[in-house]
Every structure is written in C-alpha cells, then in structure tokens.
Design a protein. Structure first.
Ligand code: MN
Length: 202
C-alpha cells in the first residue's frame, strides 16, 4: 500500500505565496486521492505494488494494459506530488547562490532570470492541466519540458530536477486565473538546496 508522505513543513509554512488552505486541500485531498486510486489499481498485483512508485512509472510498458492508464495517472500523481512538496521551502530558507543549481542554471541558461523567463513561458503555455519541469534527459541534456495531466518525466527516461504543478487546484483559491502571478511568487519558495541534491544525484 502506498501512503501519503508527510510534508517537510507546516501547511502555513509557504504563506503568503501558497496559502495554508490550498496546501492542506492539495496534500490531504488531491494527493491522497491519487494514492487511493493507485492502491485500488494495484490491489490484485502484489508484485507491482511491491515496487516504488518511481519504478512503476519509469517502466509503464511493463504494467498490464488493463491498469496501465491508472498507474500512469495516479502513480504519476503520487510521484509528482511527493517530489513537489520537497521542492518548496519557506521564503528565505533555501539559498540559491553558490549551489549546484546556480552552476547548472548559469551553464545552461546564462542566468537565473533567463531560466525563470523560459520556465514561465513553458508554464504559461500549458493548455489545461499539467506540470513544467527542469530535467536531465536520457541523453544527459538539461532542458525545460512540460507534461500533461500527471505524466512524469521519469516515463520518458528523464530525471526531474525541479517541477511545478500548474493544475488549477494548486493555485486557484488564492490566484484564480492569474497563473503568471502564481509563477512569479512560486520562484521565491523554490528549495534550491533540494534541487541541488537532485542535480548532484542525477
Ligand atoms: Mn496537484
């Protein structure tokens, strides 16, 4: 059985960028529902349920066709959200300067401002629900990509280094239709320490 991971901070820790009510609903309702539906899908597949969710979505071809879409959607939702919570930190708590993230972003995008610009363009261009990512591709190339629904970069062999949930449930209570404002604010709560750990492991 897959279970809901605790957040590494309190529900109100990301205020005022993300309000406590949004965090609580997002974690206890949305994320929990992906887990519940993943567990149902794998009820009669104990061999698969013994794997990590990242293993499952990294090899969707190995999932029986009858449950492949459920694992893709709900397993993706579980993996994406489990990662997402760790990618954020209270304002001012995670330094950017002098980290592996600084080096990677300078080398690949020239500057943090240019990275934010390109990341925002991708996020704003998502039609419907999805995620925008900074990934290391299977070829080792660093890129900004987007996925629809709860698809994970892991399913295409890429390693996520940073990801942003751009489903409306992630921001609608506070930002309504102002996705650009959500983005601008979200850049101030990125946990660069965690991003750097992922870069170092990639
Ligand atoms: Mn979400």
């Amino acid at each position: 059985m897959y279970t809901l991971p605790n957040l590494p901070y309190e529900y109100d820790a990301l205020e005022p960028v993300i309000d406590a009510e949004t965090m609580k609903l997002h974690h206890t309702k949305h994320h929990q529902t992906y887990i519940d539906k993943l567990n149902v899908a794998l009820e009669s597949h104990p061999d698969l349920a013994a794997k990590t969710v990242e293993e499952l979505i990294s090899n969707l071809e190995a999932i029986p066709e009858a449950i492949r879409m459920a694992v893709r959607n709900h397993g993706g939702g579980h993996a994406n959200h489990s990662l997402f919570w760790t990618l954020m930190a209270p304002v001012g708590s995670a330094n950017y300067e002098g980290t592996s993230a600084t080096k990677l972003i300078d080398e690949n995008f020239g500057s943090l401002d240019e990275f934010k610009k390109q990341f925002s363009e991708q996020a704003l261009s998502i039609f419907g629900s999805g995620w925008v990512w900074l990934v290391k591709g299977p070829d080792g190339q660093i890129a900004i990509t987007k996925t629809s629904n709860q698809d994970s970069p892991l399913s295409t062999g890429a390693k996520p280094l940073l990801g942003l949930d751009v489903w409306e449930h992630a921001y609608y209570l506070k930002y309504q239709n102002r996705r650009a404002d959500y983005l601008t604010a979200w850049f101030t709560i990125i946990n660069w320490t965690r991003v750097s750990e992922l870069i170092d492991k990639s």
